[in-house]
Ligand binder design. Structure first.
Ligand code: ADP
Ligand code: 5GP
Length: 226
């Protein structure tokens, strides 16, 4: 898979990575979209959250989440090792700081699948101006329920709890840079890919541009004096 850039001339040297945040009510499709983004661009780094919730069947420790006990989670928070953290559906979730800092300093974008509380904390952090936040809405509430059930990973009680909380998450939709209604998955992914591509082309994301324009100027001057 090639990097999604049209740059024949490198204008991205010395670039700092973006923090790309996806949020949605549970079941709207953000993990599915996050996986597609990772497949599209393997240079993206996924921020593996720490959580005190139990692993679902098939989830791999260190890959989907870092599954921790509550004391171990609280120690990371007390040590200042979390970029953000929140209590969601009765469990703690948080984004460890070190891998994020390492990636963005190396110029790699980091992808977060986190709730509105985490998104708000990151926006208000020192890294706030490097964030791109996208909220995913379901096409309808019955369809949200259908997706939670068809995912087949949670029992009826957990699904009911997630449905009950869905309005709380949806009510924060207007704090995000972009909002997508995830009706057709392929179409939604195309829109998401367009957003990421465009954000990467913003002027501050291409620090190498100034040097490129200086070279163009030199060539221009040589051309006019020749
Ligand atoms: P979230 O991470 O937001 O909780 P998931 O990505 O796990 O949600 O998606 C929940 C379920 O809905 C999964 O079974 C997924 O395959 C399905 N799904 C995601 N997007 C769509 C879509 N646009 N149309 C139909 N089903 C979808
Ligand atoms: P799940 O249990 O379905 O994996 O996640 C439940 C909710 O917690 C989802 O909305 C998910 O985005 C959110 N979440 C996952 N990791 C984090 C995290 O590190 N921080 C915050 N604030 N929320 C998270």
């Amino acid at each position: 898979m090639t990097m999604p850039t049209d740059a024949k001339v490198s204008t991205s040297g010395g670039r700092r990575g973006l923090l790309i945040i996806l949020s949605s009510p549970s079941g709207a499709g953000k993990s599915t979209l996050a996986r597609r983004l990772m497949d599209w661009d393997p240079t993206l780094r996924f921020s593996v959250s720490a959580t005190t919730r139990a692993p679902r069947p098939g989830e791999v420790d260190g890959q989907d989440y870092r599954f921790l006990t509550e004391p171990a989670f609280k120690k990371l928070v007390a040590d200042g090792a979390m970029l953000e953290h929140a209590h969601v559906f009765g469990n703690f979730y948080g984004s460890p700081m070190a891998p994020v800092q390492e990636a963005i300093e190396a110029g790699r974008d980091v992808l977060f699948d986190i709730d509105w509380q985490g998104a708000q904390q990151i926006r208000n952090s020192v890294l706030g101006r490097h964030t791109l936040s996208v909220f995913i809405l379901p096409p309808s509430i019955p369809e949200l329920r259908r997706r939670l059930v068809s995912r087949g990973q949670d029992g009826p009680e957990v699904i009911a709890k997630r449905m009950q909380k869905s309005w709380d998450e949806i009510s924060h939709w207007d704090g995000y840079d972009y909002v997508l209604v995830n009706d057709d998955l392929d179409a939604t992914f195309e829109r998401l890919r367009t957003i990421v591509t465009a954000e990467r082309l913003r002027r501050p994301q291409q620090p190498g541009l100034a040097a490129h324009v200086r070279r163009l100027h030199e060539e221009f001057e040589e051309g006019t004096t020749a």
